[in-house]
Design a protein. Structure first.
Length: 325
């Protein structure tokens, strides 16, 4: 009986140690090749996460692979567009957006072949675009502003990373893509140029950190610290005195020269905590994460990305950003 009791106590202690290890495990967050997320590399390289008392591990992914890793429970949070946060949730991977990193400010483009001067000139023409993704949404926004609809053009479903070749081959008259693909499209076909960009629709595409809601209670203080570190990152990038070092770190992460990366950074509007607080205010329109996300949900349902409209409020958690001083 004594041995059985000792064994029982041993099992209890072992379980306690296992629980302790689980509690001590770092937060794991996914990030990928977009300036608003590559920016986290500055905090990683500078040691700001450790200085803030955070045990956080950032895992580098291709974008779609990061969504798969989150859905499989391999990471606690991921850097996504607000529209793709809905896509992931509709597929069963519950998530809540706790902070906004940036919005696309020109990196997403509708690029037309030489001779086409405006978006309106694309009436009756073919556009290569990955149907259901963010640049399809960008195209529809631009067409609407011109009094046009999707019926006024012919969409040719094209993978985003293949759009430069699709445009250069003459199969289409324009493509929709984000950087670096949009830039590569212009390089592949001399004279090709943007006729509409995300700079003309600020807030149409917000980029966010979204997390498993089950982690918020246990890691609330950590997430609040992480958001404060993000504010430090934004200040470091925007400060002319330190921007050169920031761009050096970011460009090294993705294997580009600082000069080339500076151009990508220019098409990204990084969002400080102070600005993020304003965007987290509930309102219609693209100036609010709520309005922008509702717009993305309408787009996703209309294009059969998923069937049922999502409850937007359940995807947005403003209190962690609001907790910043």
């Amino acid at each position: 009986m004594a041995r059985i009791a000792a064994l029982g106590l041993g099992l209890v202690l072992m379980a306690a140690r296992i629980v302790g290890v689980a509690q001590a495990a770092p937060l794991r967050l996914g990030y990928s090749d977009w300036p608003g997320w590559v920016a986290w590399q500055i905090a990683i390289d500078k040691g700001w996460l450790r200085e803030a008392g955070l045990d956080v591990k950032f895992d580098w992914f291709d974008y779609s692979a990061s969504m798969e890793a989150f859905a499989a429970g391999k990471i606690d949070g991921d850097c996504l567009t607000n529209g793709d946060a809905l896509v992931m949730g509709a597929g069963g991977a519950r998530n809540v957006m706790i902070m906004i990193t940036d919005y696309s400010n020109g990196n997403d483009m509708i690029v037309a072949r030489p001779g086409i001067k405006t978006l309106k000139d694309l009436k009756g023409k073919k556009i290569g675009i990955e149907i259901g993704l963010v640049d399809h949404l960008l195209l529809l926004d631009g067409l609407k502003k011109q009094g046009m609809t999707q019926d006024d053009v012919t969409l040719v479903n094209s993978k985003t990373n293949e759009t430069p070749q699709v445009l250069a081959s003459g199969q289409v008259d324009a493509i929709g893509a984000w950087q670096p693909n949009s830039g590569l499209a212009m390089k592949a076909l001399p004279g090709a140029h943007p006729v509409y960009t995300s700079a003309q629709a600020p807030g149409l595409i917000y980029d966010v950190l979204t997390v498993n809601p089950a982690t918020i209670a246990a890691h609330r203080a950590d997430y609040i610290k992480l958001i404060k570190v993000w504010d430090h990152v934004v200040s470091y990038i925007n400060d002319p005195k330190t921007q050169g070092d920031a761009v050096q770190i970011m460009s090294a992460r993705v294997g580009l020269t600082p000069e080339k990366y500076q151009l990508l950074l220019a098409g990204t509007h990084l969002i400080s905590v102070a600005e993020g607080k304003k965007i987290f205010v509930r309102a219609d329109g693209l100036g609010s994460l709520y309005g922008s996300t509702q717009n993305a949900d309408d787009f996703n349902v209309h294009n059969a990305v998923y069937k049922q409209p999502q409850k937007i409020d359940g995807y947005i958690e403003p209190s962690l950003t609001a907790a910043q001083p």
